[in-house]
Design a protein around this ligand. Structure first.
Ligand SMILES: Nc1ncnc2c1ncn2[C@@H]1O[C@H](COP(=O)(O)OP(=O)(O)OP(=O)(O)O)[C@@H](O)[C@H]1O
Ligand SMILES: [Mg+2]
Length: 417
């Protein structure tokens, strides 16, 4: 079992990972899983006896790992290459997005639940360092005992949260329940931005996990409940999910459509093909979310920012990572083209007609949805700003958010007269 990793789902070995060249991995389902469970870990890795090729295996598993700077720092400190997916999974795979827990081949998994270590003081120390030099310090690498992983470019940490105390799991049987994100140097008040957009979406009728701002040691954190964790018989159980890139077999470097990743038409095909148990409901929900993202100016809704829950069939997961990028002086390119354009300043009425075509709905339905959604957003906007200011204190970002949202609504009102 040396040079092999065990992939665990629900306390059973679902399969193994073998090291391949350059840190790539080869996945194979276990015979026990095929005989007794037969649920696939991914729509791109259907349950079968044969090994999967390194390309498709690595694409799925690498998509579980932290990205950009965090990944580079972790690789440097642990002395392996940042492309070495196998070593990352071996060291940081015990608690991931979804149900999988990855542990070294020769190890007997410890499934005892409730084994956590309080890291509140360490977390405050790490946040102090991040405040001074955010490029050099990130939460994961500062937590020496963290054997966990989550994708994404933003600094973050999955934790178990009880009251005001933060914990990390000590074994595979103890899962994290929340995700925290600290401030980010280039982006003012980003925890407020995300908490605001998530709550606005929730109040506008979308399925969104609960989130809030917490303050520890003088630092503001965005804190969100993990929807891929549930309490069952007093034990925290991991619910399986995968993001759209994993489901379509795209490697992480292709999460943006412009980099060869999924666009709206491809998302629609995925939803229609696999999430059909609720008829067109999943597709319509996805369309509504696209409109909401347009209104708040979230231009970063790429293929890893949508997920599928594997729980009683396949369903669109609740939405996450809702941030208004339009409030920042960025190039403001959409992660997925609307009609034929990636650029906000090139959007025309016609772009939405083409979008409706990509999503296989009539333009009139898109118009009805758009009016409904901006109506709901307009109704909630001012009340939510007041609530945030009351709960967390005033911040510049609310004015910027309000301006962006109002101007996007005015534009949509012109397009959908
Ligand atoms: N509330 C949640 N419950 C369960 N899983 C979540 C939740 N929020 C995020 N995730 C998972 O964690 C991953 C990273 O989270 P998120 O997208 O918020 O990070 P990010 O660093 O902001 O991403 P990006 O690189 O898109 O900016 C997601 O792709 C998803 O798999
Ligand atoms: Mg994301």
């Amino acid at each position: 079992m040396k040079d092999k990793l065990q992939v665990i789902w629900n306390k059973r070995v679902v399969g193994t990972l073998n090291r391949h060249q350059k840190g790539n991995v080869v996945f194979q389902y276990s015979q026990d899983w095929i005989d007794n469970e037969s649920s696939p870990i991914s729509l791109s890795l259907p349950c079968r006896k044969e090994k999967f090729a390194p390309g498709i295996s690595t694409a799925f598993f690498e998509n579980l790992l932290p990205e950009s700077n965090t990944r580079a720092i972790l690789a440097f400190r642990n002395r392996f290459d940042k492309k070495d997916t196998y070593s990352f999974l071996e060291n940081f795979g015990e608690d991931c997005a979804g149900a999988l827990s990855i542990i070294p081949g020769g190890m007997k998994p410890d499934f005892t639940p409730g084994q956590y270590e309080n890291i509140t003081q360490e977390l405050i120390d790490a946040l102090d360092k991040i405040l001074v030099d955010p490029d050099k310090y990130k939460l994961y690498p500062e937590m020496k005992q963290a054997k966990l992983s989550l994708a994404g470019a933003q600094d973050k940490l999955p934790v178990y949260l009880k009251g005001t105390q933060f914990y990390l799991p000590k074994n595979s049987g103890s899962a994290t329940t929340h995700i925290i994100k600290p401030i980010n140097a280039g982006f003012t008040d980003i925890p407020r931005n995300e908490a605001f957009c998530m709550e606005l979406a929730q109040r506008s009728g979308f399925p969104i996990p609960n989130s809030k701002i917490m303050k520890i040691g003088g630092h503001e954190l965005f804190v969100v409940d993990r929807y891929d964790r549930q309490v069952f018989n007093k034990e925290i159980v991991r619910i399986h999910q995968e993001d759209f890139c994993q489901a379509m077999g795209y490697p992480v470097e292709r999460k943006y459509q412009e980099a060869g990743g999924p666009g709206f038409a491809e998302c629609r095909e995925l939803i229609d093909e696999y999430l059909s148990n609720k008829g067109v409901m999943n597709r319509l929900l996805f369309i509504r979310m696209m409109i909401f993202n347009y209104i708040i100016g979230n231009h970063d809704a790429h293929g890893k920012n949508f997920s599928i829950l594997h729980d009683n069939g396949f369903e669109l997961a609740p939405f996450y990572d809702l941030v208004s990028t339009q409030v920042y002086p960025l190039d403001n390119k959409f992660a997925m083209a609307i009609g034929q354009t990636f650029r906000l300043d090139r959007i025309k009425e016609h772009s939405f007609e083409l979008f409706a075509k990509d999503m296989n709905v009539r333009p009139n339905l898109l118009k009805t949805f758009t009016k409904e959604i901006y109506g709901a957003v307009e109704k909630e906007l001012n009340g939510l700003i007041l609530a945030h200011e009351k709960n967390y204190g005033e911040a510049e970002i609310y004015k910027d958010l309000s301006e962006v949202i109002k101007s996007n609504i005015t534009q949509l009102q012109r397009f959908f007269r």
